[in-house]
Design a protein around this ligand. Structure first.
Ligand code: NAD
Length: 372
């Protein structure tokens, strides 16, 4: 099998703690499942600023361009709070997202059986939850022009942002969502405010047109985003894939994240172009930040990063079997009671360290491999 390349950017705070564990998992998969995925490690964020004076170097950008996927830990921390805006650690991540035109942000919200009690919602509402939110990431209200704070004719200040979407922008993110649904339970719910916004009306029309043309096998429904926000807490299991614009997606994906409990469990992907073999280039990263309060102390939960690696395997490398194996091993480790501190409800039991919970995941992988 040809060698495939993953660029790993551990970043700051707990970023290096958790990416190290994702790489132990990848080492295991390479050795036992013949994946032939090699990796290369570079600085990002504050670590890059300290070493090279910029939050991401041109060399790292070139290495990312040559890679099939990028795995990020986290960036930022109090040490960089006083750094000028254009050199801030987040700018490194933003440059990667912008230059690779990563237009679809994908966030699964999965409730692991062993963690049903972590959610603030009743167990029966979240048990078995497995949904995905696809958020358009490069257009809409956060990018539309004109924007700014202006002075009106009467001398009053006016803050202005523009919700702007082209047909192409809507179509490409909708296509990603439909294809995702085809490999899942075959259902897409598109959310907008077509009742009060022209951009929402166009969104709905384009999603419907694409559905008619290429995805008639998928069940498509539409929901106004405000109702969607309500339905996500009332009965989240009614959904399979939700596709929505940048701003509604920002809000709805955070809401969905809370259905599952801890921040340390949530992976994400930002997807860009697709190659001739159907593989997407993407940047894969935990939803959490650099958690400076626990960095380097062996307390971080590495599962969000390990599940981000599983997403890279699925979308960028088309290694679905390896991705499912990792996800099952995480389930098994949790079901056996292994918990990092963030997953513990009371302080009586000793929490697993970052390394110990990964050991438990690798043990589950090993057992499954022996049994097969
Ligand atoms: P955070 O996600 O870093 O931490 C919030 C809380 O959750 C902290 O108490 C932390 O200890 C805990 N936590 C987070 N991830 C955990 C994990 N894997 N295991 C155990 N506990 C975990 O958010 P914050 O404190 O608001 O931000 C800290 C820094 O991270 C800031 O500089 C912020 O700008 C940056 N940040 C970066 C990203 C990113 O890299 N994508 C995202 C959000 C915040």
């Amino acid at each position: 099998m040809p060698l495939r390349q993953l660029l790993v950017l551990p970043g700051d705070g707990i970023g290096p703690d958790v990416t190290a564990q994702a790489l132990r998992t990848l080492d295991w998969l390479n050795a036992h499942m013949d994946l032939s995925i090699s990796y290369d490690i570079a600085d990002l964020g504050g670590a890059a600023l300290d070493a090279h004076g910029v939050p991401v170097t041109d060399d790292t950008m070139d290495r990312a361009r040559r890679a099939h996927a990028v795995l990020v830990g986290a960036v930022g921390g109090p040490a960089y709070d006083a750094v000028p805006f254009d050199l801030r650690p987040e700018q490194g991540l933003l440059r990667l997202r912008a230059e690779f035109d990563l237009y679809a942000n994908v966030r699964p919200a999965i409730c692991f059986d062993a963690l049903v009690d972590q959610s603030t919602l009743k167990p029966e509402i979240v048990r078995g939850l497995d949904i995905v939110i696809v958020r358009e990431l490069t257009s809409g209200l956060y990018y539309g022009e004109p924007r700014g704070i202006f002075e009106s004719e009467t001398g009053r200040k006016v803050g202005l942002n523009t919700q702007r979407y082209t047909s192409e922008e809507i179509e490409r993110v909708a296509r990603f969502a439909f294809e995702l649904a085809r490999n899942r339970r075959g259902r897409v719910c598109s959310m907008e405010k077509a009742n009060v916004m022209e951009a929402g009306a166009l969104w709905r029309a384009e999603v419907e047109a694409l559905h008619r043309k290429e995805f008639a096998d998928i069940e498509l429904t539409h929901m106004y985003a405000d109702n969607g926000a309500m339905q996500l807490v009332r009965d989240p299991k009614q959904f399979d894939v939700i596709v929505t614009d940048n701003m509604f997606g920002d809000i709805l994906s955070d809401e969905a994240a809370m259905l599952t409990g801890s921040l340390g469990m949530l992976p994400s992907a930002s997807i860009g172009k697709r190659d001739a073999n159907g593989k997407w280039f993407g940047l894969f990263e935990p939803v959490h930040g650099s958690a400076p309060d626990i960095a380097g102390q062996g307390m971080a939960n590495p599962i969000a990063c390990i599940l981000s690696l599983a997403m890279a395997l699925r979308y960028a490398f088309r290694e679905d079997r390896a991705a499912e194996t990792v996800e099952r091993a995480v389930q098994t480790a949790l079901a056996r009671g292994h918990r990092t501190r963030d997953l513990m409800r009371d302080g009586t039991a000793r929490a697993a360290t970052t390394i110990e919970i990964t050991d438990a995941i690798l043990k589950a992988l090993e057992e499954e491999f022996q049994a097969a």
